[in-house]
Design a protein around this ligand. Structure first.
Ligand SMILES: [Zn+2]
Length: 244
């Protein structure tokens, strides 16, 4: 894979880890690739990613994989909060929800797949840790969004995907309370999401369920935990049991 060097000064040493074990997918959310690359390499912006993938499949490198890029912000995954120290970030060019969210071209996704597979192999990143910015910062971020082809990538070997239909469970939503809400929250936390287990279907729960759906059941991401959402969440957690 040909990679164009566009180095960014926005990085530092990783803290407390020997290397990255999380891969974060973003969209740029800007009007052009050049605008995004300019921002990611501008010392004044204080942001970066390790790579940017343009819509035509061109890959730019900004930060060495050994170093800590500045792409995650305030975020949580599997009990960790300094996600920048533990992760690699790929920015995928798309105007995003603010400037005209649109499908990711096949040639772009093919480049993301090749780059992501090489990264995952180099650092032995587990499939469950190939996630989106919205998974680690559900209240702040919606990227890479519901059009990002997680299923396609997972079937090609990058990330985790399950199909499951729940026929019987009643939906959970605000302002439900009780043991089933607690179980839902526990499963979300166990899978990796940052959420408090309260037994109350509060606003944070609705936001995290929406983020989960954007990734794993993008047909509807309304924050209501319907039977299919619950079934997919259980099936994903069962894959953890299988490898534990
Ligand atoms: Zn992002």
């Amino acid at each position: 894979m040909k990679i164009i060097e566009r180095p960014s000064p926005n990085f530092n040493e990783r803290v407390g880890v020997s290397g990255p074990d999380i891969l974060i997918m973003h969209y740029t959310g800007m009007q052009s690739c050049e605008a995004a690359v300019t921002r990611l390499t501008d010392p004044a912006s204080r942001v970066s990613s390790h790579y940017t993938v343009d819509e035509d499949g061109t890959v730019y490198r900004h930060v060495d994989e050994a170093m800590r890029g500045w792409h995650a912000g305030v975020s949580h995954w599997r009990g960790a909060s300094d996600i920048n120290s533990r992760s690699l970030g790929i920015e995928i060019v798309n105007p995003g929800h603010e400037f005209g969210y649109r499908a990711f071209p096949d040639v772009q996704i093919a480049a993301v797949l090749a780059l992501g597979q090489a990264i995952v192999a180099r650092h032995a990143i587990p499939a469950r840790n190939v996630i989106g910015h919205s998974d680690i910062a559900p209240g702040r971020k919606t990227d890479p969004g519901e059009l990002f082809p997680w299923k396609h990538l997972a079937l090609a070997g990058l990330g985790l995907w399950v199909e499951a239909k729940g026929a019987q469970d009643a939906s959970l939503m605000r302002p439900d309370t009780g043991a089933r809400v607690g179980e839902l929250q526990r499963l979300l936390v166990r899978y990796g999401y940052g959420l408090e287990v309260t037994g109350v279907y509060d606003e944070p729960t609705e936001i995290v369920v929406g983020a989960f759906q954007r990734h794993f059941r993008p047909a509807r991401f309304d924050g209501v935990a319907d039977a299919e959402t619950l079934a997919i969440l259980r099936a994903l957690n069962a894959t953890l049991d299988a490898v534990a």
